[in-house]
Design a binder for this molecule. Structure first.
Ligand SMILES: Cc1cc2nc3c(=O)[nH]c(=O)nc-3n(C[C@H](O)[C@H](O)[C@H](O)COP(=O)(O)O)c2cc1C
Length: 411
């Protein structure tokens, strides 16, 4: 028999600890987001469909991106027990400078389209968190303004080599003058991948108002308010011609870029040089042998060649070939700090985040990017502590098994 008594008002009162209501909607929204997937849901609600899909989508059947995310889900961790790791140190050195966390912000084009604060929010948040920010050639904030948004921190510049070489070379010079310390040469974009969502949405640069976009705008008034009351969306360093992103890339990009271009850029650029978009062991080896300072294993977040190799799967083989001293970085599909911890354990020096940061941006501007970084940071710290390691150097391949639902057929 359970013994019963009358409830005592003082005890009930003690249970009633109501939080003071927070009237700052943005802060309330962001605090409720515990994962990057939560930020994505908020972003989707608040951003017009064409802009959200441009960010969220990938090429063709979007298989590369789904596989990359699945590869991270298939991580199995092996923790060390009875090894207390109370003070976890997440700092590292990358490309000759410090980073407070083992990841940085990847270059993304058209960023102010997603949310009007765009690159300023990304660069400011990166600087505040002590991680590098990468500005895209197709950025919507100028090189000089990014520097102003992140004056003390590290800025990197991503380069597309275009048909008109002089435009690209001019950007390289400006980035050097503005104190950017690393140049990231993207090589997986000879032509644009088929972003079918963009075509279906009739997405164009700059955005066009059609009856459908107007209808879609009704529940998203703040985005439109921001869009219409802030400086016109333009490439900060280039001039756009109109049409879809694919049309723009087709007119601007040179599909004949080669190792000669790499050598030319090497001669022009005073800082560190990284090649982004490496997808085979052979190319990784060739580039490291040629003396680049780092490589990024990436399939452009699944936005270029669909069904390209999953960078996380490629990682151990590349590291085995080029050695752990080479600077191997990776991106595509990172949605959780644990993905980054596993990558470091398997020999990556650093990761880049594209959509994870953009979901934060769309969910709440600068504070949203701060939130995305904070979520990833806490996941990294927690994963390391639970693995029983207190610094990134202690992470080893033995901490991770890559389970695979997809395995090559041996003949
Ligand atoms: C909206 C968007 C725009 C992008 N624009 C560029 C770009 O201009 N240059 C570039 O090198 N990569 C670009 N990328 C690729 C990212 O740098 C990065 O490789 C990719 O986002 C990583 O995958 P994740 O989004 O799953 O993190 C873009 C990615 C997205 C999502």
């Amino acid at each position: 028999m359970v013994e019963r008594r009358l409830p005592r008002p003082a005890e009930v009162f003690e249970l009633m600890r109501f939080k003071r209501p927070d009237f700052d909607g943005r802060r309330r929204r962001l605090e409720a987001a515990l994962t990057i997937a939560d930020l994505r849901r908020i972003a989707k609600r608040r951003t017009p469909r064409a802009a959200f899909d441009y960010t969220d989508g990938a090429a063709e059947g979007e298989v590369s991106l789904a596989r990359a995310r699945r590869a991270f889900e298939e991580i199995e961790f092996h923790p060390d027990i009875l090894r207390p790791a109370t003070a976890v140190d997440t700092s590292t050195e990358i490309l000759g400078g410090p980073a407070a966390l083992p990841f940085g912000i990847a270059p993304t084009g058209f960023t102010r389209l997603m949310q009007t604060e765009g690159e300023t929010a990304g660069a400011g948040a990166a600087g505040h968190a002590g991680i590098p920010f990468t500005l895209s050639t197709f950025g919507t904030t100028s090189i000089e303004h990014v520097r102003l948004a992140n004056p003390e921190g590290r800025n990197w510049f991503q380069l597309y080599v275009m048909r008109e070489r002089e435009i690209s070379y001019g950007l390289v010079e400006r980035a050097a003058r503005a104190g950017f310390d690393t140049l990231m040469f993207t090589v997986d974009t000879p032509i644009s991948g088929a972003r079918l969502r963009d075509t279906r949405n009739g997405f164009s640069i700059p955005p066009q108002l059609t009856p459908r976009t107007v209808l879609n705008a009704i529940p998203r008034p703040w985005w439109w308010f921001d869009f219409l009351t802030t400086p016109k969306l333009e490439f900060a360093s280039l001039s756009a011609t109109g049409g879809t992103v694919g049309d723009f890339i087709a007119s601007a990009m040179d599909p004949t870029i080669s190792y000669e271009d790499l050598d030319t850029i090497r001669d022009m650029w005073p800082g560190r040089l990284v090649v982004k978009g490496v997808q085979t062991v052979a190319d990784a080896t060739r580039l490291i042998d040629r003396g680049v300072d780092g490589i990024v294993l990436s399939n452009h977040g699944g936005r270029q060649l669909d069904r390209a190799p999953v960078p996380f799967h490629l990682l151990p083989r590349v590291v085995r070939e080029v050695g752990r001293d080479a600077t191997v970085m990776l991106d595509t599909g990172v949605m959780n700090g644990a993905d980054i911890v596993a990558s470091v354990a398997l020999g990556a020096r650093f990761a880049l985040i594209g959509r994870a940061y953009l979901y934060g941006l769309m969910a709440g501007g600068r504070e949203g990017v701060d939130r995305a970084i904070a979520i990833l940071r806490s996941e990294i710290v927690r994963t390391m502590a639970l693995l029983g390691v207190s610094s990134l150097e202690e992470l080893e391949p033995r901490h991770v098994t890559q389970l695979r639902s997809l395995a090559p057929i041996d003949d």
